[in-house]
Design a binder for this molecule. Structure first.
Ligand code: DC
Length: 232
């Protein structure tokens, strides 16, 4: 039987990580863990409980105490926090901003990394985020770093918001994506960076299907290597 792999997908926002990670997991019959949703859930609860973004102690306690889970409903994956379905609420722009803020706090990161390790401990998982291959699972069996041109990522984000009926300006959206990049890469604790042994895929001119196809090919190759006892 094939080995139960742990697959890490990291990269900046707008590179298409969530869509491809979900699709790759479905194709392999693996569990999909969206770690960004976990930072967003903490941000949502922090706002509800009026915890200030700089209050590290309370934020860390909140991150370690709240329950976060993912529930598959057909094609969809719903996010639950403290028993409440927060799938839509965590996508609001103000929660995106707050999630970025609170993800800088070391205590919050430690609490969520622990939860992510527990969730992924049995293998057969695709985890998606910023620090999966570098911090959460540095020994992941396959690591991908999914990137795309900044203009293309801005365009995707813009289209996504327009589709949701949100009135936005392209230039403004592009500046926000650039700002998010700077924050994710410059933060002190677990900044976004490519793991040395990650396979880089540039999705700028690739469709979702093409990216998933390429990833599945690499995963299968790696599985064959394990079955033959080759551990690169
Ligand atoms: O991927 P996303 O946009 O849903 O992530 C929300 C925020 O959480 C984003 O500002 C980056 C941060 N994040 C992180 O610091 N580490 C992760 N593993 C995942 C997300």
């Amino acid at each position: 039987m094939s080995r139960q792999l742990t697959i890490a997908i990291d990269g900046p926002s707008g590179a298409g990580k969530s869509t491809v990670a979900r699709s790759l997991a479905a194709r392999l019959g693996y569990i999909y863990i969206d770690t960004g949703a976990m930072y967003r859930a903490v941000a949502l609860k922090a706002r509800e409980r009026a915890i200030a973004p700089g209050d590290e102690d309370r934020l860390a306690r909140l991150a370690s105490e709240i329950s976060i889970s993912f529930v598959s409903k057909g094609e969809e994956i719903r996010v639950f926090c403290e028993g409440e379905d927060v799938t839509e609420a965590i996508r609001l722009p103000e929660i995106s901003r707050l999630a970025s803020e609170i993800s800088k706090e070391r205590g919050v990161r430690e609490a969520l990394v622990q939860k992510q390790r527990e969730m992924g401990s049995k293998g057969r998982v695709v985890l998606e985020g910023r620090d999966i291959g570098t911090v959460v699972f540095p020994n992941a069996d396959v690591k991908f770093y999914l990137d795309a041109d900044i203009e293309e990522r801005g365009r995707r984000r813009f289209n996504e918001l327009v589709q949701k009926g949100v009135q936005v300006d392209f230039e403004e959206t592009l500046q926000e994506v650039k700002q998010r990049d700077r924050e994710d890469m410059a933060r002190v604790h677990s900044p976004l960076r490519k793991a040395e042994d990650a396979v880089v895929i540039d999705s700028t001119s690739l469709s979702v299907e093409e990216v998933v196809e390429e990833m599945a090919r690499i995963v299968e190759e790696r599985m064959k290597g394990f079955d033959l006892g080759v551990t690169n």
